[in-house]
Ligand binder design. Structure first.
Ligand code: D5M
Ligand code: FE
Ligand code: ZN
Length: 530
């Protein structure tokens, strides 16, 4: 690159009416083919853009990256429910399995489309009047907790009441204190919160269950069939135990365990017409690893005929990378100001066709309280993200679209479930299996005190009261989906390439995928944009 390069770039940008960040100019100047990158940057700028930022340059550079080898492109999602998985080659964002004759209206990968607030809906023949969208269990503005000890008592009491009611009709239960005074040898049952799980010197398991009256120890013998379930148990989950009292009535031997669970007979609701929802999460705008090129291709694809059926976009948290979330995170930030991160995220949302309904919840990187439930963003951030008029609700929340209920939860507890349970029951490679555990426990974050921070509230908003048709999470940056008792569980990957931390702990993220759900059948196709 000749020395006069940066000056020439600045002058060319000025002649087009743009100012530029110094760093942006340096990046263009140091690209292999700086003229081509410069042209792409100019082409991709929206009319309102005044300043060329490093983000614009990143997008142009990403669009230039040669496509990966075909073996790298295979979709790693495990498809346990036997649905089709479409892998979109990066150089043709319009190809999809569902539509035999798709075509791109935006000229393919080289021209990321900035629709600048008035996206062209003319190329999508949709009828917004056919839509229905309802939110339930949004606790934004409804926080009652003051952080007092009594709030913790209320939240656990509410958990036990509501999850216990799903179990009390199934067993002939007694309060902990009443069990102590029953004669030895009697059959007993109890509904309670798991207070402690310990192995005994002889290899049996001692589980302490607690209810409103006190606690009682239950012994799972190592040779009983129920011993296989012990490794699934998490502290603070609610379950029922049935068994036989020891002679001195000081302990009971477990004969069976029951979880609140999803009834096997659950029949999901479906939409009356062929309409789709894209379920994504973990965009991480502001991170140096945010995959602008993949995002641009995704947004482009939504404008094509192949993406036309997508009328809903559900975002399960981590919109931005945030600031100070993890140690040394600042070294990997592209945008250091949190408000600027949301402003840039807002620009990203503008790329999405204007007719698409967007619903979003916060995650652990977002600028809301970390403790769950997390209320939806405050007024200032809503204002910043308002261009596309998204519905902003709490984490977790349930959104019902055209009759299909989707429980959205960011997923911080998945780290915990994966850490505590054996590999075959929950792993990063099959995140949907960890989600099955949450469905079985009917609680999105059963264990208190580890990764998962719980806000003390009068009500436990994390209980899964109603059976959802779809359970949507993110956070672990892995794509996986499958069905548990007819509930479709989807963990939706991310839009952030591997970070240094993830590299150090061998997390290999599934980045740049969009799982698309047919709301009339609950079938899933995965579109790949990376
Ligand atoms: O987290 C993405 C995934 O990576 C999730 O499984 C947690 C894990 N992660 C990422 N960074 C860290 C650090 N620094 N400590 C512990 N675990 C981490 P996300 O929160 O979306 O970045
Ligand atoms: Fe994330
Ligand atoms: Zn997260």
């Amino acid at each position: 690159m000749p020395l006069e390069g940066p000056a020439r770039i600045v002058s060319e940008l000025t002649s087009h009416g743009y100012n530029a960040e110094r760093e942006a100019v340096t990046r263009i100047a140091s690209a292999d083919d700086s003229q081509a990158v410069l042209e792409r940057v100019i082409e991709s700028l929206s009319e309102e853009a005044l300043v060329v930022t490093t983000d614009h340059v990143e997008s142009a550079l990403e669009a230039e990256v040669p496509s990966e080898s075909s073996s790298d492109r295979s979709v790693e999602a495990s498809d346990t429910a036997g649905r089709s998985v479409a892998s979109d080659p990066p150089d043709d964002p319009s190809v999809s399995t569902g539509d035999p004759s798709p075509h791109s209206k935006h000229g393919g990968r080289s021209a990321p489309v900035e629709t600048g607030g008035s996206p062209p809906t003319a190329d999508r023949s949709v009828d917004p009047d056919l839509r229905s969208l309802e939110i339930s269990n949004d606790m934004t503005g409804g926080s009652t907790g003051t952080g007092e000890y009594s709030d913790f008592v209320s939240v656990f009491r509410d958990r036990l009441d509501r999850l216990g009611s799903k179990l009390r009709s199934r067993v002939n239960h007694r309060p902990a204190t009443a069990i102590e005074s029953m004669p030895g040898g009697e059959e007993v049952a109890m509904v309670g919160l798991v207070n402690d799980i310990r192995s005994t010197a002889s290899g049996h398991w001692l589980i302490e269950l607690e209810d409103a009256t006190g606690s009682f120890p239950w012994l799972v013998m190592k040779d009983r069939e129920y011993v296989d379930l012990v490794d699934e148990l998490l502290c603070d989950e609610v379950l029922a135990m049935e068994g036989t009292l020891a002679d001195d009535s000081g302990i009971a031997f477990v004969d069976s365990m029951q979880f609140p669970d999803i009834p096997r007979t659950h029949e999901p609701s479906t939409a009356d017409r062929h309409v789709q929802a894209a379920l994504i999460s973990d965009v991480h705008v502001g991170s140096q690893e945010f995959m602008a090129g993949a995002w641009n291709r995704f947004a482009d694809w939504l404008h094509t005929e192949a993406g036309e059926r997508v009328e809903y976009l559900l975002l399960a948290g981590d919109m931005v990378e945030g600031v100070g979330v993890y140690p040394d995170q600042d070294e990997e930030l592209d945008i250091v100001d949190i408000y600027e991160q949301y402003e840039t995220f807002n620009e990203r949302l503008k790329q999405v066709p204007g007719d698409i309904e967007i619903v979003m919840i916060p995650g652990n990187h977002d600028a809301v309280r970390l403790a769950e439930p997390q209320p939806g963003f405050d007024e200032e951030l809503r204002e910043i993200m308002s261009a596309h008029d998204p519905r902003i609700v709490s984490n977790p929340s349930t959104v019902t679209i055209e009759g299909v209920s989707v429980l959205m939860y960011h997923g911080v507890s998945l780290d915990e479930v994966i850490a505590e349970l054996p590999e075959e029951k929950a792993s990063y490679d099959e995140p949907h299996r960890a989600m099955y555990q949450l469905l079985k426990k009917r609680h999105v974050a059963p264990q208190f005190g580890g990764h998962t921070r719980l806000a003390p509230e009068e009500r436990d908003y994390l209980v899964i009261d109603e059976v959802p048709d779809i359970f949507h999470t993110g956070h672990v940056h892995k794509l996986g989906f499958g069905k548990y008792h007819n509930v479709l569980a989807i963990n939706s990957g991310c839009w952030q390439a591997q970070t240094d931390f993830q590299k150090s702990v061998n997390i290999d993220p599934d980045a740049g995928f969009a799982p698309i759900v047919d709301l009339d059948t609950l079938d899933v196709t995965v579109q790949k944009f990376s």
